[in-house]
Design a protein around this ligand. Structure first.
Ligand SMILES: NC(=O)c1ccc[n+]([C@@H]2O[C@H](COP(=O)([O-])OP(=O)(O)OC[C@H]3O[C@@H](n4cnc5c(N)ncnc54)[C@H](OP(=O)(O)O)[C@@H]3O)[C@@H](O)[C@H]2O)c1
Length: 147
């Protein structure tokens, strides 16, 4: 990826378990990162590389920040533990949809990569379907690809 499409790479969910590892792999490979996340301190506590620029990003907001000049957008977004089941729709569903639409509308973006989940697209297969008991999360994640 890095050789053919040099960064910067916009990483949504940059402070999560998966996102922070993606950011680490990128900075280790000397790729600049636009880290889309809510908490700048959490970001720098995890990785203080000068290659990282914090982009304030909340997936609940109607407006997605400018993704330019990112050439690649990676989404490692995921609803964090919440007692409000609507969060799955708001983050994994509509939040991701808005991010994808913004990426498609940005001239600099050439590649989009999504971290999905086991069970998306095969909702009734055991045991992955059990995940769907969490607010129908697999349905909302599947919305990314069907709309
Ligand atoms: N970990 C796994 O084994 C695994 C396996 C398969 C698939 N996945 C998928 O990979 C994705 C990430 O998983 P994960 O385990 O890394 O999750 P995680 O550690 O909970 O990270 C989720 C990330 O999304 C961010 N986020 C949540 N709500 C947000 C909002 N409203 N605005 C902006 N950012 C928001 C979180 O930000 P904060 O840091 O600010 O909370 C965090 O950076 C999910 O879609 C998950 O289903 C994970």
């Amino acid at each position: 990826m890095c050789a053919s499409t040099p960064g910067p790479v916009f990483v949504a969910g940059a402070t999560g378990r998966t996102g922070s590892r993606i950011v680490r792999l990128l900075t280790d490979a000397n790729v600049p990162v636009l880290a889309g996340c809510r908490d700048a301190k959490k970001l720098t506590d995890q990785n203080d590389s000068p290659l990282i620029t914090h982009v304030p990003y909340n997936a609940l907001n109607e407006t997605v920040p400018s993704l330019d000049p990112a050439t690649v957008v990676v989404s490692a977004l995921g609803s964090v533990e919440s007692i409000d089941v609507r969060t799955f729709a708001r983050v994994d569903g509509y939040g991701t949809k808005r991010l994808l639409e913004a990426a498609c509308a940005t001239d600099s973006v050439k590649q989009i990569m999504m971290v999905s989940s086991i069970g998306v697209g095969s909702l009734f297969k055991w045991p992955a379907s059990m995940l769907n008991l969490l607010g129908g999360v697999l349905i909302w994640k599947g919305m990314r690809f069907s709309r």
